[in-house]
Design a protein around this ligand. Structure first.
Ligand SMILES: [Zn+2]
Length: 394
């Protein structure tokens, strides 16, 4: 004799205990909580589910149950209204799961009863497509991509280093990018500052970069800080970010950032460039060495020519800026080995990468235990005015 849907449900109810919402809430809060399995489809799960539930869509329940619960575990199944879970529970009983129950009224009643529920963060279908080459990488995955979308990176300078770094961070889906630069695009910038274009000469660099980033990736929110970073504004500006990428072209800004990143405990991704040589490192405050463990004092001004004076190979900026973007992404995702504790030295002419080990200096004037961390007049200090003598490290 053919069975109707109603007959099936009645038979299942005779066999499977139905748990009420209040009872489930209490049992989930207890030490011996049951395994709660949500058997709905992906789209239903994405709209919200009971906290702590495991998602196994109905169609995969029998094949995946062994990885989720043992036959002697207490198992509660939940669906939208309590029917699918009831019928699914019967199948688990047949597989030897003796203590399987079903949530009466399902997630709908759970939600209506005012119980807590979570809405998982997920990528939209457009984002799944855009970032598919990231999410395919096990070390990144959808969770990593969501981290990138939630990350906030501040770029100091939208110039030679900041251009490639900003472009690739934006392409990677870093959700918030701050651009701190008070300069305007000049024709002489375009040989290396690839985020700008000929028709934007004269525009603020931060605004020009914003146009390029927004055209590339609408997921990215761009904050323009059209100001020169100084000791009065630096802490306010960096407060809104998780990682600082230093693309400054001068020592006063580098030392200012070194101090500010220690004060605010923000990771600092460093690079510098000149002619055919690039340096890069990562400074994680009070975990690895800081910039001043490496360079306690600025070099004498006559030994520190700028790119404006000595020139720089445009492509070198691309290599070093991309190394910065790469390191920033690793810091955000918490994967791999960053350049913390190492100074990478790239010789573009010889095509050689070398690295120097950098250790935390116990007497560091920046991060050492006796360091008096306070802002100073960095322009005067780097110009050699009023520089007090500190031990020069071997
Ligand atoms: Zn230090």
């Amino acid at each position: 004799m053919a069975q109707t849907y109603q007959d099936l449900l009645a038979a299942a109810r005779a066999e499977i205990r139905e748990v009420q919402v209040d009872e489930l809430a209490q049992r989930l809060a207890a030490a011996q909580a049951p395994v709660l399995i949500d058997v709905r489809e992906q789209s239903e799960w994405d709209e919200g589910h009971v906290p702590g539930a495991v998602h196994v869509p109905r169609g995969y329940l029998e094949s995946r149950i062994a990885g989720v619960a043992a036959p002697d575990d207490q198992v509660v199944l939940v669906c939208a209204g309590g029917m699918r879970s009831l019928l699914a529970a019967r199948n688990l009983r047949e597989m030897g799961y003796e203590h399987v129950e079903s949530l009466a009224g399902g997630f709908t009643r759970w939600k209506q009863s005012g119980q807590d529920y979570v809405v998982p963060q997920t990528l939209t279908p457009q984002q799944r497509s855009r970032y598919s080459r990231h999410t395919l990488i096990p070390e990144v995955g959808e969770a990593g991509q969501l981290k990138l979308l939630g990350a906030r990176v501040l770029l100091i300078g939208a110039g030679g280093l900041g251009s490639p770094a900003a472009y690739y961070l934006a392409a990677a889906g870093v959700g918030t990018i701050g651009l701190a630069d008070d300069d305007v695009v000049d024709a002489s910038n375009l040989q290396r500052q690839i985020i700008h274009t000929t028709d934007r000469v004269g525009m603020l660099k931060a605004e020009s970069a914003k146009i390029a980033i927004e055209a590339l990736n609408p997921d990215v929110k761009v904050n323009v800080h059209a100001t020169r970073i100084n000791r009065d504004n630096v802490l306010d500006i960096i407060a809104g970010y998780d990682v600082i990428v230093d693309g400054a072209d001068n020592f006063p800004t580098r030392y200012l950032l070194a101090d500010a990143s220690l004060m605010a405990r923000k990771p600092l991704v460093h690079a510098s460039i000149l002619r055919f040589e690039g340096h890069a490192s990562v400074f994680i405050p009070y975990d690895g060495p800081c910039y001043r463990c490496l360079f306690p004092e600025p070099p004498p001004p006559d030994l520190a020519p700028s790119c404006g004076e000595a020139g720089v190979l445009g492509v070198l900026c691309g290599v070093m800026g991309n190394i910065q973007a790469n390191e920033a992404i690793k810091v955000i995702l918490g994967i791999g080995e960053t350049l913390s504790g190492r100074l990478l030295v790239y010789d573009a002419l010889g095509m050689e990468f070398n690295e120097l080990k950098v250790r935390r200096d116990p007497n560091c004037p920046g991060c050492g235990p006796d360091a008096q961390l306070e802002f100073r007049d960095y322009d005067a200090w780097c110009a050699g005015i009023g520089r007090h003598t500190e031990a020069v490290h071997a």
